[in-house]
Design a protein around this ligand. Structure first.
Ligand SMILES: [Zn+2]
Length: 385
């Protein structure tokens, strides 16, 4: 709690242990499971395919091939216990964060690989989700999971959505924005999956990450980490939003809430205008859209602001206080730990109520009933329903 506002961190990261997939995948698949190339390695070998592509992490870089949080003094005590649930609790308390929603680290790589058999990707997602549920169960109600699904197998993904929500109690479903098997997010094949997610009442959480061998903006022309890291997060998310809005997914699924995480917020007012222009100019190319793109965004979309993002207050104002949540990005290299929340609080808020909106009101609305009930029980003393 900061400045009397209870705080939800809408984008925090787990650090998957070296042996996660070896332990949690079915025995018959273990020789093909994703495995780090060494202790705490940032590179993963998944049945002969390696990610992230080494060309984007040159020799002599900051972490020398080890996951960067293991080489960062700020996270030393959590790294010593491999970022277990208790260490998250301790570091959250230090930053006044009451409750957190957990996204992958190594999973961002594993679910960004191409050329892996669909049954293996599906099993890797199921294994990740089971491990994540175990981690969250040790978080005293303060850690909440977002489940991973494989976009290679849509029927399998639908079943996993149900398991994630009904059995594991997760508060969202995670995918990357990059096209899998050449399908953009508005491809008709995905329709049953989006419908399933909407029916469960949890949001679709789109999260870009490290460079991958799926199609990805910027990595096709730049070699340096700085270049593609600047581009991939916002630009892949802008394309994902264009796909879902102009491609009619939000028209066909009015109850589907979609979040675009770790991409900043300042671009959103511009992008809403830009999509409106595109829809007006080339209406003849698009299917039925009963609203303008910016109206779909106002009905169904959320973005996450970064801790020191000076354009975040501008975006929240343009959206009347709504549609923006906040993620600490702990414990990734660009996280501002231990000053993430105080950085956010120190931004030039012209309307001070907007700070509370993005750390409390908006994430409760975005993640929906499951997280809302947990947050209210934990932080407001509401009775269990
Ligand atoms: Zn993130």
């Amino acid at each position: 709690m900061l400045d009397d506002a209870p705080v939800i961190d809408s984008d925090r990261h787990v650090v998957e242990p070296d042996d996660l997939w070896l332990t949690y995948m079915p025995e018959a698949m273990r020789d093909r499971a994703p495995q780090p190339t060494g202790r705490h390695s940032m590179f993963i070998d998944f049945n002969g395919v390696e990610g992230p592509p080494r060309r984007n992490f040159r020799e002599g870089g900051r972490s020398k091939g080890v996951l960067p949080m293991y080489a960062d003094e700020r996270f030393a005590s959590a790294a010593a216990v491999d970022f277990d649930a208790a260490s998250h609790r301790v570091d959250m308390e230090q930053e006044h964060i009451d409750l957190a929603v957990m996204f992958p680290t190594r999973g961002l790589v594993v679910f960004g690989m191409a050329g892996i058999a669909p049954d293996l990707v599906g099993a890797a997602a199921t294994a990740y989700n089971s491990w994540l549920a175990d981690l969250c169960s040790e978080g005293d109600g303060r850690l909440h999971g977002v489940g991973a699904v494989s976009l290679y197998d849509i029927e399998g993904a639908r079943k996993e959505v149900r398991r994630c929500v009904d059995e594991l109690g997760f508060v969202g479903i995670f995918i990357r924005p990059n096209p899998v098997l050449g399908r953009p997010l508005h491809h008709r094949d995905y329709e049953p999956l989006w419908r399933e997610i909407a029916e469960t009442g949890v949001p679709l959480c789109i999260h870009e990450g490290a460079s991958v061998n799926l199609p990805q903006v910027a990595v096709d022309r730049f070699e340096e980490h700085a270049f593609w890291h600047a581009c991939t997060h916002p630009m892949e998310q802008q394309m994902a939003m264009a796909s879902l809005v102009l491609g009619g997914v939000l028209e066909r699924n009015p109850d589907l809430r979609v979040g675009f995480l770790e991409c900043g917020a300042g671009w959103l007012p511009y992008w809403m205008w830009r999509l409106d222009e595109a829809a007006e100019l080339d209406e003849h190319e698009l299917g039925k859209l009963s609203l303008t793109p910016s109206e779909y965004v106002r009905r169904q979309c959320f973005v996450s602001a970064d801790s020191d993002e000076e354009t975040a207050p501008f975006a929240v104002e343009a959206l009347d206080g709504g549609h923006v949540v906040w993620g600490s990005d702990y414990p990734h290299p660009d996280a501002k730990f231990p000053h993430a929340l105080t950085s956010l609080h120190g931004l030039p808020w012209r309307d001070p109520s907007h700070f509370r909106s993005i750390v409390w009101d908006n994430p409760r609305e975005f993640f929906g009933e499951g997280l809302r009930e947990a947050a209210d029980r934990l932080l407001l003393g509401a009775p269990a329903s």
